[in-house]
Every structure is written in structure tokens, then in C-alpha cells.
Ligand binder design. Structure first.
Ligand SMILES: [Zn+2]
Length: 324
């Protein structure tokens, strides 16, 4: 396995941290992989969906491309020298806690956070960071992870990264590359046995219809909506309409776990922040789903969907039936 150490800059490729009850689902027939750029991204996008599927017996694996070592400390209460001293280790511990709460497995793929460049002109990205890696180097550990884990469904970011961070845009590129290459025996031949995932989705979290619904429900209850200015300034760009929502997964009863997982990322998430400005019961009433865009599928499925495994379940159960 010497190839592992050459995967990426300073990477130890497969640092899986997942010896909790998720162990009982290892080898489950349905497998869901969520591809994220930084620790905490898994808790802000699709977290309640993962918690729901995990509790239904699906084997859920989060892969995190970078260690998040260039993230700022965004919670004043955590601005302490001992935390600054080894932010990477703190963020790994936060990730382990969030993973436990969600009931999923998680693996770091070993790249270095690119940081969010700010200023005009933008400063260059730091040497060796994830966003600067050539595509084949950047996608390699993910291709290997897909071939090892063999997910039917992969969740990832759209072409805008969902958020204009260079690591998120890169994350989109490697997810597409892995979806397309993992099943092809001629590509990445030293990265394991080919495996073709059936479906690839993009997260559709902060879309206008959802924000409007939350905003209106807050107003209806006489509460102050945190989205007033955001919605006022929202520009509907016909060239960038945002991904069409094809799939809505009901998961309101898991919003509580999602919030707990977010809070576990204590350096990144301020409990006083806008993440928690809309009470949970308002969210559950106004928008009880998490939403996705089906970007690729090699199986037939009817849209709109309410299940990420639509079109997959039948073939999986008949296949396991055949093998006894
Ligand atoms: Zn991120």
C-alpha cells in the first residue's frame, strides 16, 4: 500500500475515525457517501438526511478532503491561545464528536485547507494547498475511497461550490471526476477495483424558496426574520438560476441532531449566530425537508423524488436476494 503515502501533499490517506455504533452498519447493502471540503461542512449541508439514513440502517461515510487547518476561529468563546496553537487537532476532535452525534463514519482524505483568500486583488493561494493540486492528484484519494466503500449514492457540491471557497469549487471537480472515473478500469488503475456509483446529488441548502418559507413563517408568528436583508438583496440571476431541486428528503425529526452536530464544531459555529436564529419548530413547520439536485444517474428514477435511493433499492434488494 505504498501508493497511499503518495496520494497528496503530506497526506496519510485513510484516517478513518468511526468505531462507534456505525460499526454495526459496515457492509450494509445501501451505502451513502457525502463528500465535503472541511470539517463542519457535513453538519451544515445534508446532516439531518445523513442522520436519518444512518438510523434506517444505511452505511453512511463522510469524506473530508482537507483538515480545515486554515479556518478562522469564528466563535469568540473559543478564541484561546491553546486552541490557536493546534487548530488542526482541535478541528479533528470536533469532527469526531459531530460524527458520533450524526451516527456516521468519517474519513479525512489528507489535503491541506486552502483558506479563504480575501482582499483586492486576492492574494495567491498558499503553496501545496488542496485547491492548487492538479485534478488527478486531488481526485486520487477520493477515487480510492469510492472503490473501497462502494456507495450507490454520492452527495457533493455544485459547480459553484455552493459557496465561493476555492476548496469547495475543487471539491466539486474531484467529486465529478471520481463519479465518472471510479467505474472505469482504465482510469486510476492502482486505486482499487472499479465501482460505478448509481447517483450523484448536489446539496441545495440555501435556496430562495426555503429561505422565503422560513422568513414568512417567522413573520406569521410575529418573530424577527434573520433573512429580511438577504432576501431583499437577493438577485435572481437568470444565468445562474441555482440547481433545480429534484429531491426532497423529509428529515425534520433529525434537525435536533443536525444542530447538535453543528455545535460540536465549536471553533467554527457561534451558538449565537444566525445558524440558530430560526427556532427549530419554525423550521420543522415551514420546511421539513433537506433538498438536493440529482446531477447524474445511471439508474431510472422518477422526479421529483423523496428518497436518495429511489431507483436503487429494488436492484440492491433483488441482488442480495439472489445471493441468498
Ligand atoms: Zn467548507
Amino acid at each position: 500500500m505504498s501508493a497511499v503515502s503518495t496520494d497528496s501533499a503530506g497526506a496519510t490517506a485513510s484516517q478513518e475515525t468511526g468505531d462507534d455504533d456505525a460499526g454495526s452498519r459496515i457492509g450494509a447493502p445501501l451505502r451513502l457517501m457525502a463528500v465535503h471540503a472541511h470539517p463542519d461542512d457535513e453538519s451544515s449541508k445534508g446532516a439531518a438526511t445523513m442522520a436519518r439514513y444512518a438510523r434506517e440502517g444505511v452505511d453512511v461515510l463522510v469524506v473530508t478532503l482537507t483538515g480545515g487547518e486554515r479556518g478562522d476561529i469564528l466563535n469568540k468563546a473559543m478564541e484561546r491561545p491553546e486552541i490557536r496553537a493546534d487548530l488542526a487537532a482541535v478541528r479533528r476532535a470536533e469532527m469526531a464528536r459531530a460524527r458520533e452525534i450524526l451516527g456516521v463514519r468519517q474519513r479525512f482524505l489528507g489535503f491541506t485547507d486552502s483558506g479563504l483568500p480575501e482582499g483586492d486583488p486576492l492574494p495567491p493561494l498558499p503553496d501545496g494547498c488542496f485547491a492548487l493540486q492538479p485534478l488527478e492528484i486531488a481526485a486520487r484519494p477520493l477515487v480510492r475511497a469510492v472503490r473501497e466503500f462502494r456507495p450507490q449514492v454520492i452527495l457533493g457540491y455544485d459547480e459553484n461550490g455552493g459557496y465561493p471557497h476555492p476548496d469547495h469549487v475543487k471539491c466539486h471537480e474531484v467529486t465529478i471526476e471520481a463519479f465518472e472515473a471510479a467505474g472505469d478500469p482504465d482510469r486510476y488503475p492502482d486505486c482499487g477495483e472499479p465501482w460505478q456509483p448509481a447517483k450523484l446529488y448536489y446539496f441545495a441548502t440555501f435556496h430562495k424558496a426555503r429561505l422565503m418559507a422560513l422568513h414568512e413563517e417567522m413573520q406569521r408568528r410575529g418573530l424577527k426574520s434573520p433573512y429580511e436583508d438577504w432576501l431583499k438583496e437577493w438577485i435572481d440571476d437568470p444565468d445562474k438560476p441555482g440547481p433545480e431541486i429534484t429531491t426532497q428528503v423529509p428529515c425534520a425529526e433529525f434537525f435536533d441532531l443536525r444542530d447538535q452536530a453543528l455545535l460540536a464544531h465549536a471553533t467554527q459555529i457561534d451558538p449565537e449566530s444566525s445558524w440558530f436564529a430560526v427556532p427549530r419548530d419554525v423550521q420543522q413547520a415551514a420546511w421539513p425537508t433537506e433538498d438536493f439536485h440529482l446531477a447524474r444517474s445511471v439508474v431510472d428514477t422518477e422526479k421529483p423524488e423523496d428518497d436518495l435511493f429511489a431507483g436503487v433499492r429494488d436492484s440492491v434488494s433483488s441482488a442480495s436476494g439472489r445471493s441468498g
